[in-house]
Design a protein around this ligand. Sequence first.
Ligand code: SAH
Ligand code: SF4
Length: 371
Amino acid sequence: MKYSPTKPPLTGETLESLTSCLKAQGEPAFRAKQMFDWVYKKRARSWDEMTNLPKPLRAWLADQFELMPMTLVHGKQSLDVTDKLLLELGDQSLIETVIIRAPQEGVGLEHSRKTICISTQVGCAMGCKFCASGLMGLKRDLSGGEIVAQLLHVCYREDAHDPRAHSGLASFDNIVVMGMGEPLANYEAITTALKIINADWGFGFGARRITLSTSGLVPNILKLADEPIGVRLAISLHGATDEVRSEIMPINKAYPLAKLIPAVRAFSEKHGRMVTLEFILIEGINDALDQAERLRDIAKDLHAHVNLIPYNTVEGLPWKRPSVTRQERFADILRRSRVSVTLRREKGHDIDAACGQLRLKTEKERELIDA
Ligand code: SAH
Ligand code: SF4
């Protein structure tokens, strides 16, 4: 499931890998840093902009690396609460990167806080029954460079109205790894990308402002806990007993709750941070009150935050979200036991609606474009 482009993307290189590559060319060590400055701080979009690099070197680099491994197919001009960038990769695969704005009173939408939802695979192999990405199966992994490049496209769009861009800072506030794909099933690429996003020579973006969401690949949760990068962790739980969880998430058969919960505890203890348990409420599937009670017990045990997400209808699936009264009743069971819980109710700018269902929308967009 790998795509091997003729030229690797520059956005997949680390300071070490680029330095050693340039060294082999007889270039001084500081060149790598200069190049990353152009890419991540000054957002250069062509080799020619990199004026402090000798021309022959620029020509050599253009021959060796792809400066940007994807192109923007479309993204509308006006700003909306949720903006989707449709990006085309070198093999014509399409992915979406989503900008979610949190509107604040008294300021225009262009000044709102921005959460960026990035994808890690084209499709997903995990086959969760409620998820549009899961319905389509896995096409391929994204490379580290393709994961990072999504954020540059966000900057290209946002920089014009974000003053932080002038200081070379990222023009967004949070990153959620909650787009298409299971990030921990593409472990090398996501950890390399996180390193580049976090490093001073890269985006310089704080790990605490990054949340990685996983469906529960236990061995890689444990591996991630040992990495030097302190991202936040969210678990797609969606079932509070093995019986319910296995019915909607095939991964629960390989890694049932008795394995998942200790792994989450280990991560949480290592990082000293609350983990988030995501729980989509689907009518008649996982919204019974005894599920709420079990979820409460798990959350208390793990000292975790619970994010309740009313199910978003996916075309082709018969399920729907429970009534607001039922959602509230479910949430109350957690609240009464002082579990930290959020129940999302806003329409239209729902983070999970935006990024949980990327693939179907993407495919539809492609049909529209091809038509
Ligand atoms: N594969 C990872 C990361 C992708 S996150 C994971 O599953 O955690 C995608 C998020 O969107 C997950 O929390 C998933 O539970 C949520 N999601 C998927 N389908 C959804 C739907 N129909 N309604 C609401 N949320 C959904
Ligand atoms: Fe994959 Fe996550 Fe969707 Fe499950 S919820 S199919 S793991 S993207």
